[in-house]
Design a protein around this ligand. Structure first.
Ligand code: 3HC
Length: 658
């Protein structure tokens, strides 16, 4: 029997293929399991149940996604029947075989639906995962109970606790799917479903959880918990996975209660804000219909720490890289530094031997400007000095094609001044990477006064290929991130003068969720660069503005941070941080000189003042048109400055009652 298309709902259609109903979910953009999809799936199941001719069912997704998960936009609204667990549980106990033909991403509820099917086959490109913890929730439709039954507890802890997704080959080796399709996915799935008809079905919920070594469970658990400071969802997810040995009904009930409780939590609201903020960030005004310039070869000037990190990111994304440094020896040192980073990726398993070789063959280094001529984009990462950069850009002007794009990685200089020194300022933009550039996800893409739209689009396209989170910023000293960071730092120093001590401020920040307090970070980074900048700026400083001298005093006393063995804290030879009465004395002297009577602050008050300073500066950036939207500012602070994602960023947090 075969027939035309049947509509089970607006977004679910069916097609009879011999004795199998092929059900396609077509709910763009990502086939999320919205109410209409759930209703459509139930209607399809009704049809299969009723029909004597139909012996099995195959579920797939239209386009390049299988199912992108529950519809996140429905969270926070009253639930609409049938809820997802009802659909999924019906599939699991269904009398006739149901197979999942996983054509693309099967995430969250999408994978949970597939886990309840009686057969799972995936295209090689399909990606599978339970990323719910990234949204501050646990899987809510059986994922914590069914995944361990297929993949075992340690693997389930790893996948659910981290939210990472795996490609079909890994999913197959973990036991999550039954096969990777080598031929036509749908035909193979239909054949598999047909073969199962009339046989006992393998129902995931009835399987026993494979036994695991307690040490493996502990290893998986501690690996996750080490990284998720202050977040509730990962530990709840791990708890549920570890208890999957209970009767499935009990496990599912506990999972659902936990899901609902977390879904309505502040952390989940904040992380949902972050999810949508990331999608918003790529929508940039004025770029509709603008094609980026093609980029295959990237020139990188300056192969120090930053330049090498950018090179590794570019090689990893498939670009050819030409590195330039001042002398042949410096260029060779740079090449070795890049290779060492690639070797680290090789030994950690992030890169295989073939990938390593491919990347090294795409790398060349030189000390001759002329060798950069084939570059489609050149990123400079040389010393942050205007004369040095202007000189370099003038030289590049002479050797590059006029349509090649020029990017500066400056942190504090004015890229408009650099652009003005070139013949084609419209091809100049800023690409402000964060160190280490091959690890940090954030990239501030600086739209200079004269940057052409297709040049900006090129910066964004390259950022996407580098798998960076790009946020567009206008030109201002320090761009979005360092402007807010300066305001935050200034307020922290006011707090010092007003009565708080560095360790109190750090403890308040850490308990709020920052991985490290501000003063501990200063010490780790070293205090000398900021000191040098303050000295340069001293002459232009407005004498009526409040200025805190404590940091200068520390530097004058040689307390330059952890490397010097002392900074805001003192350090043992083994690097352990401890309080130092000398620092307290410096602070007290500075207060006394200004006649300030210190007050005491609670951790809450400290955080409130710091947040207020950050969000105030954020509003100024919006008023000055430097940032386009509040959520962009949140992304910068979360991804570049350790602001806890589960608080949503400083702009979001400022509007959330604490
Ligand atoms: N619900 C609602 N909208 C979603 C969505 C979802 N689950 N996933 C993506 N979208 C939207 C995005 O907001 C974006 O909308 P916009 O165009 O209006 O900005 C659009 O779909 C496209 O998204 P991307 O730009 O991310 O598209 P990509 O093609 O780059 O990536 C994807 C596709 C891999 C599916 C990616 O969107 C993704 O990772 N989505 C989230 C997956 C997820 O977290 N699922 C779990 C949901 S929670 C859940 O299932 C609970 C369950 O356990 C009960």
């Amino acid at each position: 029997m075969s027939g035309g298309s049947l509509a089970f709902s607006g977004s679910v259609r069916g097609e009879l293929r011999q004795a199998v109903l092929l059900v396609t979910i077509d709910n763009p953009p990502v086939n999320a399991l919205s109410a209409d999809v759930r209703a459509g799936l139930m209607a399809a199941l009704d049809q299969v149940e009723r029909s004597v001719e139909i012996r099995a069912m195959v579920i797939t997704g239209a386009g390049k996604t299988f199912i992108g998960g529950a519809d996140i936009r429905e969270f926070g609204k009253p639930s609409v029947d049938p809820i997802l667990p009802t659909v999924i549980e019906r599939i699991e106990v269904f009398a006739k075989p149901v197979a999942a033909a996983i054509n693309g991403a099967a995430l969250g509820g999408g994978l949970e639906l597939a886990l309840a099917c009686h057969h799972r086959i995936a295209a090689p490109v399909a990606q599978m995962g339970l990323p719910e913890v990234k949204l501050g929730i646990v899987p809510g439709a059986g994922g914590t109970q069914r995944l361990p039954r297929l993949a075992g507890i340690p693997a389930a802890i790893d996948l659910i606790g981290s939210g990472r997704s795996v490609k079909a080959a890994e999913a197959s080796s973990l036991g999550i799917i039954d096969a990777v399709s080598k031929a036509d996915l749908i035909e193979t799935a239909i054949a598999a479903a047909t073969a199962l008809a009339g046989h006992d079905l393998r129902r995931t919920g009835s399987l026993a959880v494979p036994s695991a070594e307690p040490t493996d469970v502990e290893k998986a658990r501690s690996k996750i918990l080490k990284k998720v400071r202050g977040q509730q969802a990962p530990s709840e997810a791990i708890r549920l996975v570890e208890m999957a040995t209970r009767a499935i009904a009990e496990g599912l009930a506990d999972e659902r209660d936990t899901f609902l409780r977390l879904r309505d939590s502040e952390q989940a609201a904040a992380l949902r804000h972050v999810f949508f903020a990331e999608r918003q960030a790529s929508k940039v005004e004025g770029l509709d219909g603008i094609e980026p310039r093609p980029v295959e070869t990237i020139g990188i000037c300056g192969l120090g720490l930053m330049g090498s990190g950018i090179a590794v990111a570019a090689l990893g994304a498939g670009y050819r890289v030409i590195g330039l440094d001042q002398t042949g020896e410096a260029a060779e040192r740079g090449r070795q530094g890049i290779i060492a980073l690639l070797e680290r990726n090789l030994s950690s398993g992030r890169l295989d031997q073939a990938g390593f070789e491919a990347q090294t063959t795409r790398l060349s280094v030189t000390a001759q400007d002329l060798d950069l001529a084939p570059s489609d984009l050149v990123i400079e990462a040389v010393f942050d000095d205007l004369d040095v950069k202007v000189d370099l850009f003038r030289r590049l002007d002479r050797v590059l094609r006029p349509d090649a794009v020029l990017a500066t990685n400056t942190s504090y200089l004015n890229p408009d001044e650099i652009a003005a020194s070139t013949l084609h300022p419209e091809r100049v933009l800023g690409l402000h990477f964060f160190s280490p550039a091959h690890v940090m996800r954030l990239l501030e893409v600086v739209r200079c006064g004269k940057t052409a739209p297709d040049v900006l689009a090129t910066g964004l396209a390259v950022a996407k290929k580098l798998r960076k989170l790009a946020v567009v910023t206008g030109v201002t000293e320090g761009f979005i991130g360092n402007r807010i960071f300066s305001a935050y730092r200034r307020e922290a120093e006011f707090l010092l003068e007003d009565g708080a001590l560095p360790h109190e401020i750090d403890a308040a920040l850490e308990s709020y969720g920052f991985p490290m307090g501000l003063f501990a970070v200063y010490d780790m980074a070293g205090l000398e660069i900021a000191w040098a900048r303050r000295k340069r700026q001293a002459a232009g400083r407005n004498p009526s503005e409040r200025y805190v001298e404590i940091a200068d005093r520390l530097c004058e006393a040689g307390r330059l941070g952890q490397k010097a063995g002392r900074g805001w804290y003192a350090y043992n030879p083994d690097g352990k941080r401890q309080l130092d009465p000398e620092v307290t004395a410096f602070i007290e002297n500075c207060r006394a000189e200004k006649g300030i009577t210190p007050c005491s602050f609670t951790a809450e008050e400290i955080v409130k003042r710091l947040l207020a300073a950050m969000s105030y500066e954020g509003r100024r950036l919006l008023d000055e048109d430097i940032a386009s939207r509040e959520s962009d500012i949140d992304l910068v602070m979360i991804n570049g400055y350790g602001f806890p994602a589960q608080k949503g960023g400083p702009m979001f947090a400022a509007q959330t009652p604490r």
